[in-house]
Design a protein around this ligand. Structure first.
Ligand SMILES: C[S@@+](CC[C@H](N)C(=O)[O-])C[C@H]1O[C@@H](n2cnc3c(N)ncnc32)[C@H](O)[C@@H]1O
Length: 158
C-alpha cells in the first residue's frame, strides 16, 4: 500500500528543488492529490489522467502523450506506471526538468533494474544532471530527477 503522505512529501520536495517552475504538468496524477498539494504551495498544475472521480483541480481527462502541447516549466509523476518513460521523453523533447517517483515498470523489470533503466534513458537523452532523491516514506520512495542543459531542445538532433 502506497504511503498516503506521498503527495505532500513530493510536493514539498518539488517546490524546494524547482523554485523557478510556476507551471507544472502532473502526469498520471490519479485523483489529483499531488495537484492539490502543489496548488496549496502556490504552483499552477495540470493533472493528466482518466479518473472521472477526482478532486477539483485543473484536470485534463485524457491519456498524456508526447504530442501534448507544452505549457509547463516542469513535468512530474508520482507512481505513474505506464507513463513513467513518457515523462522523461516529453521532458527531453521540450528541454524541461522532470521528477518522477517510479513504481511499476512497463517492461517487466523489477524495481531496482527499472530505476537503473530510467536513469540510463535520461542520460541517453542527454539530460545534464540525472540524480536521485529519497522521500521519507514507506514503499516506492526513490525520486529520479533530470535537469536539461541550457540550449536547444535535447532531442533536436534525433
Ligand atoms: C498507480 S496509479 C498512480 C496514481 C497517482 N499518481 C497516485 O500516486 O495515487 C497509476 C496511474 O497512471 C495512469 N496512467 C498510466 N498511463 C497514463 C497516461 N499515458 N496518461 C495519463 N495517465 C496515465 C493510470 O490511469 C493510473 O491512474
Amino acid at each position: 500500500m502506497a504511503d498516503k503522505q506521498r503527495f505532500e512529501l513530493f510536493a514539498r520536495l518539488l517546490v524546494s528543488r524547482f523554485e523557478a517552475a510556476p507551471r507544472i504538468y502532473d502526469i498520471a496524477g490519479g485523483r489529483g492529490l499531488l495537484n492539490e498539494a502543489l496548488t496549496r504551495l502556490g504552483r499552477t498544475v495540470t493533472t493528466f489522467d482518466q479518473r472521472h472521480k477526482h478532486v477539483e483541480v485543473r484536470y485534463a481527462l485524457r491519456p498524456f502523450t508526447l504530442d501534448e502541447p507544452c505549457e509547463c516549466d516542469l513535468v512530474v509523476g508520482m507512481h505513474p506506471d505506464g507513463a513513467t518513460r513518457l515523462i522523461i521523453e516529453y521532458a527531453a523533447r521540450h528541454s524541461l526538468p522532470f521528477a518522477v517517483v517510479p513504481c511499476c515498470s512497463d517492461n517487466g523489470l523489477p524495481y531496482k533494474p527499472w530505476m537503473r533503466h530510467l536513469a540510463g534513458l535520461a542520460r541517453s537523452l542527454r539530460f545534464a544532471r540525472v540524480e536521485e532523491a529519497l522521500l521519507p516514506m514507506q514503499g516506492r520512495a526513490r525520486v529520479l530527477i533530470g535537469e536539461p542543459p541550457a540550449g536547444p531542445p535535447l532531442d533536436a538532433e534525433r
